[in-house]
Design a protein around this ligand. Sequence first.
Ligand code: GRF
Length: 229
Amino acid sequence: MNLPVVVLISGRGSNLQAIIDQRDHGDLPVDIRAVISSRADTEGLERARRAGLENVVVDREAFPTRAQFEQDLVQRIDSYGPELVVLAGFMLILGPDFVRHYSGRLINIHPSLLPRFRGLNTHERALKAGVRYHGASVHFVTPDVDGGPIIIQAPVTVRPNDTPQTLASRVLEEEHRILPQAIRWFAQGRLSMDNGQVLLDGHSCAHQGTGDVESQAMTTDRSPDGMAS
Ligand code: GRF
């Protein structure tokens, strides 16, 4: 049986597209029950429509408080019966009640090698910090924003002439690879969160989140230079 998922987006939706494409190629056993956007008129909603997916907008601005917004969001999501909720470029911070409701079945893609560069503008900040390696992470979501246990990371080598845009585009390619990978593991019943730890095939990923590239390379199927190894 395909894994029922709901995907939350806020904008362009290229990660959503990667999920759709891999599903269409038969590489990702998911049933995308719905795409929910926190904004109207997004490219991501258009992608959902083109793929024939149920798509809705839940606009934060339409609710007086975050609690009311999140209650509505939970009701919507739960009405589709997902076993996994995927934050694929969802740009709002979700509160502890929401996060706890989906504990162990809520994952997020973040454009940095966590724990470095939580939050926004990660590519600019990575360049400013002069790091050799930047990248992307998929993690389980916990009330600690961008601090949940890491499932998979992909390093990208920073080049001397990189701009935030050139770096972002190479990181995005990796996002499109590792987000579907994490979903695939979950769909195959291989991935879970137990006691705040990631379990893959029953084993704890003890090397995760150390922020050093040697460990991060172990979580990917590529070397830190981005070459297939
Ligand atoms: C991605 O870089 C994601 O990591 C970040 O926002 C961007 C969304 O891109 N949170 P898209 O909407 O999937 O194209």
